[in-house]
Each structure stands twice: as C-alpha cells, then as structure tokens.
Design a protein around this ligand. Sequence first.
Ligand code: IMP
Ligand code: MG
Length: 176
Amino acid sequence: MSIEVLYTKEQIQTKVDELGKKITQDYKNILEADEELIVLCVLRGAFIFCADLIRATNIPLKLDFITLSSYENNQHSKGVVEIKCTLRENVTKRHVLIVEDIIDSGITMDFLKKHLQTLSPKSVRLASFLSKPTCAKITHKIDYLCFEVANDFVIGYGLDDAGLYRQLPYLGKQIK
Ligand code: IMP
Ligand code: MG
C-alpha cells in the first residue's frame, strides 16, 4: 500500500497557526478577566491537532479530554456513539472549545454536543482539523476549520486506520 500526500506538514502548520491566532483574537473578547477557556480534545484522533492548536494560542485555557468511539476498527460509522472516558473539568457556566479531528457523518459531534448541553456550559464552539461535507448526515457549524476533504478515508496527523498511521506528520490517503 502507498500513501498519497494531501496536505504536507508545512501546509498543516501554517493553517493551524492561522486558526490559533483567530481563536486568540476571538476569545480575548469573549473571556472575562477571571475566566479561562476549556479546550475539550476528542480522543484519540484529535490529540496531535489539539497539541499544535493550543500551542498556537495565547489565552488562559485548561485542557480536558473525552474519549468517544463509534468506528470500532471499521472505516464506516456504526452510528452508535459511546463515551469510553469522560471529562474531568467542570464545564458548567464555562466557555468550551471542542477540538475534533474530522467531522464525517456528523453523528459523533451531534452526540457530543447533546451530552455537553446537559452540563450547561456558557458557550460551545467547534474546531475541527477536517470536514468531509459530502458525507454529512448531520451538519455542524465549524467555527475553526483547517481543511475540507473529499469522500476518501484519510490518515495521518492523528487520524488512524484501525489504530495505525497516527504518527504521520502529513495528511494522506491510502492508494491500494
Ligand atoms: P462521524 O461520526 O462520522 O462524523 O465520525 C467522526 C469520527 O470518525 C472522527 O472523529 C474520526 O475519529 C473518525 N473518522 C471519520 N472519517 C475518518 C477518516 O477518513 N479517517 C480516519 N478517521 C475518520
Ligand atoms: Mg475522532
């Protein structure tokens, strides 16, 4: 199997830095003096994007994680999302920025937003590394997006195929 590069490490870094600046500008206006942003990284796919994104920002923030699962080693969503490990920070009356790797069918994000609403946050915004708009069953407003991709299964920069390829520094697609 070979891999076609869709976005290089440099192209990704440029875009992530841009988003980090935008997030900084926006939240400097939103956060009050004694507030910090809660960045909620959706494991496992978003861990690299999130690590780079928060280092491109300059605002007070706390990092938290949630582990969601819907794929179970399959390239297509089962449509059933489970929480495998939940957040530790209290998000009630706090500003939350969800950081996700990819919005594909949108089912995972729909589940997460509904779950968060039960915790009464002050605001919820969404940063996603990728979006596959042609696959959307449920559409979401993505406040901070790096790239749109076509209907291909993509790997690298945190995204996996059955657990593999997350460490690739670029985004690629498999060519069989
Ligand atoms: P959704 O519920 O269909 O939007 O899927 C969301 C999750 O599926 C993402 O958080 C990813 O972890 C995973 N996913 C969707 N498409 C891809 C892909 O092309 N490559 C790797 N993971 C993907
Ligand atoms: Mg994911």
